[in-house]
Design a protein around this ligand. Structure first.
Ligand code: FE
Ligand code: FE
Ligand code: FE
Length: 162
């Protein structure tokens, strides 16, 4: 189908995010298992729960639009997840791995923040208030996660890795 309107691009971008979130759902439990710091494990577990809710928000939006969420693979997220699993396969000191897991997770959060910022703005332009509200809620969670990871890195994990 030809993408000849912002509405159609909006749906395409939402499908990309839907694929990205579902890839994250599979990756986060592996990262939780690989992490050593209890605080980092807890941060990943918290975000796994949030991610489940984010997938539901996207499904709510698709349903209201009468569109299917599937049909697209986010290749960028596949690459980010792959980089994370390569790191976990390295011969690496546990404290250093924790720092590396934060680096990988923050790349993921920033990719999501870029994507959600865009679709939130499209929703606003398209006067889809419900979608705008839901996408803003997810954007806020991604930003809060990024900030929490920053704090963990700066307060302890990067220092232990040194
Ligand atoms: Fe997410
Ligand atoms: Fe993507
Ligand atoms: Fe996230």
């Amino acid at each position: 189908m030809k993408i000849d309107s912002l509405q159609k691009l909006f749906v395409e971008e939402l499908r990309d995010l839907y694929s990205a979130e579902n890839q994250i759902l599979k990756a986060l439990p592996k990262m939780t298992k690989a992490a050593t710091s209890p605080e980092l494990k807890a941060a990943f577990e918290k975000h796994l729960k949030e991610t489940e809710g984010q997938v539901e928000r996207l499904e709510t939006i698709f349903e209201a639009l009468g569109e299917k969420p599937k049909g697209k693979t986010c290749k960028a997220m596949a690459g980010l997840v792959e980089e994370g699993s390569e790191l976990m396969k390295e011969d690496i000191e546990p404290a250093v791995l924790d720092a590396g897991l934060i680096a990988a997770a923050q790349r993921v959060e920033h990719y999501e923040m870029a994507g959600y910022g865009t679709v939130r703005t499209y929703a606003k332009l398209l006067k889809n208030k419900e979608a705008e509200k839901l996408l803003q809620a997810t954007l806020d969670e991604e930003a809060a996660t990024d900030e929490a990871l920053n704090e963990l890195a700066e307060s302890s994990i990067n220092l232990k890795a040194v």
